[in-house]
Design a protein around this ligand. Structure first.
Ligand code: GCO
Length: 477
């Protein structure tokens, strides 16, 4: 059948996050974030890599934006480091931090590249962690909302797209259940409590955006991978529902409707893990509904019925590093993860499933009828620089297939606002160092010693250039 063309306004984009690209971790008054602290503890990341310098985007931003312009990007998604704006998370404002992002935004607009600003991409100011335990205290709701309001006041004349929280499911499960991200807690009760506070924070910032009548759109970015039943055994189908509610709708329902899914809450109540939701919480959640859902899509999960697998095993699916489970976290579930016989995996064991992005888009559309901005999708691989060139046909194939499925989903009737690949330049993979590369632009640096930081265009750079130039027609040539 005939495919619909991509909309003329489609945001062909690419993305990054402050800690993963900027470096300059102490420059111009920036305060430390929890990641600055965490990575300095030996054994927390691959070969103890950190983002002190990262790919030094802070000092290379003009060069990087010029490359974006050469590629033809219509949008660039980046995050603002909270502790550049408020070194202590609140109180004294650091003008130099605002100036940096102001220059970056102006540089993008000079080339007609739409800035998509992520307000929080995991780098919580360390001061707030120390003072009141970060996401475990309701004090963060006001501090975060104040910080975000400063951004709205300063940039909303130029920024039209805002992402509130990036991958709440990932930073909460890794930070409080698996212990693989800061603050490295492994306590399921604390995880659900912190998660509820993050939900309130997300709603509060969206509400502030609406109440302030800023022009533009705002929504959270969520790491969502649909779950498949291993086969048509009805018990496996039930397991699929169970997994998808716990891993997906437990968050997405709250974002989109202001309400937790009843079935998950019922189960958590039995385990005495359910968050305490007051009447005022309920109202806040309902008054902070997003304009769009940001979708970060990497993979799907396939499940079978089981009575022995644990909650922690399941929640570690959307993983950016090592898996972790521990006995005391084990909560019986009706499902367990199995290998999908139809799908291959990346070198980091992430399932490659282009049709899965169409499944994700269709699911979000049918459950919430909200527009979707794809805020991340991409392939992490070992790339090789040879004579100034990088041949990455595997990345081209990956992106091509995903984009074809996105076009199918648009043809199905899903409202897709745009597509940001992860990532524009190579960057720091939180737990996997610099060897896991995602970019269109190769950056010459390894985990430790070698570091010219020179930029090189990969083959995929020229491929995406063609895709954008033809508004997607090149995909089907
Ligand atoms: C990695 C991950 C990250 C995330 C991104 C989530 O390898 O560290 O892929 O880069 O995808 O930060 O928003």
């Amino acid at each position: 059948t005939e495919l619909d063309p991509f909309p003329e306004t489609f945001l062909w984009g690419s993305a990054s996050a402050a800690y993963q690209v900027e470096g300059a971790y102490q420059d111009d008054g920036k305060g430390p974030s929890v990641w600055d602290t965490f990575v300095k503890q030996p054994g927390t990341t691959f070969k103890d890599t950190n983002g002190d310098i990262a790919v030094d985007h802070y000092h290379h931003f003009k060069e990087d934006v010029a490359l974006m312009a050469e590629l033809g990007l219509k949008a660039y998604r980046f995050s603002i480091a909270w502790s550049r704006i408020f070194p202590n998370g609140k109180g004294q404002l650091n003008q130099a931090g605002l100036d940096f992002y102001s220059q970056l935004i102006d540089e993008l607009l000079k080339y007609n590249i739409e800035p998509i600003v992520t307000i929080y991409h995991w780098d919580l100011p360390q001061a707030l962690q120390d003072e009141y335990g970060g996401w475990e205290s309701r004090q963060i709701i006001d501090d975060f909302t104040n910080y975000a309001t400063v951004l709205f006041d300063t940039f909303s004349d130029r920024v039209k797209y805002w992402v509130s929280l990036n991958e709440q499911n990932v930073f909460i499960t890794h930070g409080y259940l698996l212990g693989t991200h800061p603050p490295a807690v492994r306590n399921v009760k604390r995880m659900f409590a912190a998660n509820h506070i993050a939900n309130l924070t997300n709603a509060s910032v969206i509400k502030a955006f609406k109440d302030g009548e800023y022009k533009g759109q705002i929504g959270p970015s969520f790491n969502y991978g649909p779950a498949y039943a291993f086969n048509s055994d009805p018990l496996n189908v039930l397991a699929k529902i169970d997994t998808e509610e716990l891993m997906g709708f437990f968050w997405l329902d709250v974002y989109a409707t202001g309400k937790y899914p009843r079935t998950v809450i019922k189960q958590l109540e039995k385990l005495q893990l359910a968050p305490v939701v007051t009447e005022a919480d309920q109202q806040l959640l309902a008054s902070g509904l997003p304009d769009f859902i940001g979708l970060n899509y990497y993979q799907t999960a396939t499940v079978k019925a089981s009575t022995t697998d644990s909650l922690s095993g399941e929640m570690s699916m959307n993983n950016s590093g090592k898996k972790g489970t521990s006995k005391e976290l084990e909560i019986p579930r009706v499902s367990k993860f199995v290998k999908n016989p139809y799908l291959e995996q990346t070198n980091w064991d992430w399932t490659i499933d282009p049709v899965g992005i169409r499944v994700a888009l269709r699911t979000i559309e049918s459950r919430y009828q909200l527009p979707i901005l794809i805020t991340e999708n991409g392939l992490g691989e070992y790339d090789k620089l040879e004579n100034g060139e990088i041949h990455d046909p595997y990345r081209i194939e990956y992106l091509q297939k995903h984009l074809q499925e996105i076009q199918e989903a648009i043809t199905d009737g899903v409202q897709v606002l745009g597509y940001c690949t992860w990532s524009f330049t190579d960057l720091l993979s939180w737990l996997n160092g610099y060897q896991k590369r995602y970019g269109f632009v190769y950056v010459n640096r390894d985990e430790n010693s070698e570091r010219t930081l020179n930029r090189y265009k990969k083959d995929s750079f020229y491929w995406y250039q063609n895709v954008i130039e033809t508004n997607g027609e090149y995909l089907n040539e």
